[in-house]
Design a protein. Sequence first.
Length: 272
Amino acid sequence: MTRAFLTEQIRVKKNYLCVGLDTDPQKVPDFLKHFPDPVFEFNRRIIDATLDHSVAYKINTAFYEVSGASGWESMSKTIDYIPPTHFKIADAKRGDIGNTSSLYARAFFETLSFDAVTVAPYMGEDSIRPFLDYPDKWTILLGLTSNAGASDFELQPHGNGMLYESVIRKACGWGTTENLMFVIGATQGDWFTRVRAIAPDHFFLVPGVGAQGGSLKDISEKALNRDGGLLVNASRAIIYAGAGEEFAEKATAVAAGYGSEMAIYLNKKAPF
């Protein structure tokens, strides 16, 4: 998916919501358990329920890999079910030497047809390059994460700033605003102004809104740019809004609520 197409979807739908399909097989409602593939059936209904209120879906691959071959099949069917109007992210956090990364890139961009994959930058440019070389695909590089362990390395002093700032500045030279995004955790709201100053035109994938407590208002006011420039992810707050037969309807309501709030911020900060 091109940047122009993604930006157009944000403009038309007036939101920048990414729904996280981090589906725990143990949390699938009991009434779906008789289906041949309960995880896919759950995902299918969540997608149908949120399609009009989102522009992207993110799959944390660990929730599927844990089930082995059947989980891989559920993930594949889920990706095929998401229409091409929506940006599809593999939250896989890969990153290894060139030959291995080349196979990871093939797995997610060819075998599974994702639009983007998250990667870890620790091993440097040659571990990221195979992902960046795919046309109309996106590499989403870990920049500043939401977890407490971010203070171990990312938020340590480095040069005239923090280590995460050096990583983002360096990585901006590896890709472009057409194929490189950064993961910036929503719980790191105090840092968003600095991050946007370093990468003014890049898109950010922002996890941590909802169950993790990140502020959508704070993030939007500090980091929206002329193209929107944000994909704000909510997972548990949407897909587990309900636990019974009404789970899809409750997911619709939560996603619509996020979308309505996002429309306000877009109108103020990134009028199209």
